[in-house]
Design a protein around this ligand. Structure first.
Ligand code: SF4
Length: 451
């Protein structure tokens, strides 16, 4: 990877979306007909991608940006599964019975906050209500600090075959500063259990930009985690947004590495991972040559959604649990973000949809362009014009003209046929996509910085 000049970082390091949806969740509104949001599922005919949000964590990691419920009261799990079961049942009339799932993901929070017997109960709820295609991807996010071999067995019994867990950084000083002590033995034990149960893909999450990190310390972290031999890494830039996540105030800015150090870490980690057999896929993700994520990017079937990158194109995302987001081809809808209100809604036999968004034809066009850039790092004007029934260069002449500044900085290349992001420009992929976002200006201060 080419090393960008710090002046480029200063120029482009501005608040911006990660584009797991377009428009972003800030455009979702409560002033919308909830029935219309739900009814859209009845019009869909494609496969399903199921998401279950398990919000509980025993303690808060201070960098965390997820929607969580911090508790050590494990009795809450059973009551929460009652709610999930009710939500699944209430949603059934919106789905044609012939539709099958191709994907299932458990996120959180901490899905293994559930005890193994409750994981088995959740598996029964899901399999009683959904049929799966034989080659489905079933995945779970795990926390090695609360994990036993029986948790993994319980997930494996329901067909889960891919797992992801956060390591963030193995350095004890960094771990103490972020309130997440996770000794190496726990990581190794988790991987051993997963491999023993035949999990096909293991992803590790790392974060750079955390307190006390330096290029040297993060290089040591990488040496260790590469030796675990996972199939994928997701390496995120720490998103410091204390106005939205107050716990992040603890990670005082004074101990966070400056932008220059983050840039050096990013350059180092990209070189280290790519020279150790991992391909740089999209934004933040690295995967082995033969991993389905790498193949999906090569075949141009990679998708982006609320869970990051996905290999399953055109599946309707059905989210269950508090705060979960669902996505049909024209609609986003999101559940209530607290367990209390989520549960009140279900007690009244109402699906717990709090807010949503119906995409206009203009939104659909811009979403296609933004997601193509985020996934494939390039777009062919003729191809997009045909697919969207537009004249791309005419419709987006203003955006293309504005992108000339990024071309001068060697971040994109624009020819008469293509817009492509250069190797150097990958770091600024969000900035490129932002040119096509019609809603950005009034909301930009709510986003994390792009670098
Ligand atoms: S375990 Fe995960 S979801 Fe829970 S607080 Fe830590 S980072 Fe957030």
């Amino acid at each position: 990877m080419l090393k960008p000049d710090i002046k480029l970082i200063q120029k482009y390091n501005q608040p911006g979306p990660r584009y797991t949806s377009y428009p972003t969740a800030l455009s979702f509104t409560e002033e919308i007909d909830k029935e219309a949001l739900l009814a859209d599922s009845k019009n869909e005919t494609g496969p399903l991608s199921l998401y279950f949000h398990i919000p509980f964590c025993e303690s808060l990691c201070w960098f965390c940006g997820c929607t969580t419920v911090i508790t050590t009261d494990h009795d809450r799990s059973n009551a929460y599964l009652d709610l999930l079961e009710k939500e699944v049942k209430l949603f059934q009339p919106f789905l044609h019975p012939d539709r099958k799932a191709v994907q299932l993901h458990f996120g959180g929070g901490t899905p293994n906050f559930l005890e193994p017997d409750l994981i088995r109960r959740l598996g029964r709820i899901i399999h009683d209500h959904f049929d799966f295609e034989p080659d489905s991807e079933l995945s779970v996010e795990l926390d090695p600090r609360r994990l036993t071999g029986d948790h993994i067995k319980a997930f494996a019994e329901m067909g889960v075959n891919r797992a992801s867990f956060g390591v963030q950084d193995v350095n004890p000083v960094v771990q103490k500063a972020i309130h997440r002590i996770q000794p190496t033995e726990l990581n190794l034990q988790a991987i051993e259990w997963l491999r023993d149960e035949g999990f096909q893909s293991i992803n590790l999450d790392l974060i750079y930009g955390l307190p006390h990190q330096s290029v040297e310390s993060f290089s040591d972290t990488l040496d260790e985690v590469i030796s675990y031999d996972p199939d994928r890494f997701a390496v995120f830039s720490y998103a410091h947004v204390p106005s939205i996540k107050p716990a992040q105030k603890i990670l005082a800015r004074s101990i966070l590495p400056p932008a220059e150090t983050k840039l050096e870490i990013l350059t180092m980690l990209t070189e280290k991972l790519t020279s150790n057999g991992y391909v740089y896929v999209g934004m933040d993700h690295f995967a082995k040559e033969d991993d389905e994520l790498t193949l999906a990017q090569r075949n141009k079937t990679l998708q982006r959604n609320f869970q990051g990158y996905s290999t399953k194109a055109d599946a309707e995302i059905c989210g269950f649990g508090m705060s979960s987001v669902s996505q049909t081809s024209h609609v986003y809808r999101q559940n209530y973000k607290t367990v209390d209100i989520y549960s009140e809604s279900l007690a009244e036999d109402r699906l717990p949809v709090q807010r949503g968004y119906i995409l206009s034809p203009e939104d659909l066009t811009r979403r296609e362009v933004i997601m193509k850039l985020m996934c494939h790092l390039s777009l062919n004007f003729e191809e997009v014009s045909q697919k969207l029934n537009i004249d791309f260069t005419q419709k987006f002449s203003r955006e293309l003209a504005a992108l000339r500044a990024m071309e001068e900085d060697e971040l994109v290349e624009i020819t008469s046929e293509n817009l492509s992001i250069t190797e150097l420009g990958r770091l600024f992929i969000r900035n490129v996509a932002m040119h096509f976002d019609a809603y950005l200006q009034e909301k930009e201060t709510r986003f994390s910085r792009t670098i």
